[in-house]
Write a protein that binds this ligand. Sequence first.
Ligand SMILES: [Zn+2]
Length: 89
Amino acid sequence: MVAMRIDCKHVWEHISAYIDGEVEAELRAEIDKHLETCEICAAVLDSTRNVVVLLADERVFEIPAGYSKRLHERIEREIAQDDPSKPEP
Ligand SMILES: [Zn+2]
């Protein structure tokens, strides 16, 4: 049984704020916990962080090779499994 588990989409939604340190302590703790167990989100964080560092550092926007391809495929698959019919209003 897993309590208080936030979802991958939650993490992606807040990933920029998380990197910038703009999320609430409670949410940050949840994201930290999620990242420990989710390799997809850990990879997303890693890639996003690299992009942010590059942006801040050299003002160059560069997405690591393979990011949009391999990672996106996995993300899409994850979304499909998690939310196949997208029943949101
Ligand atoms: Zn995740």
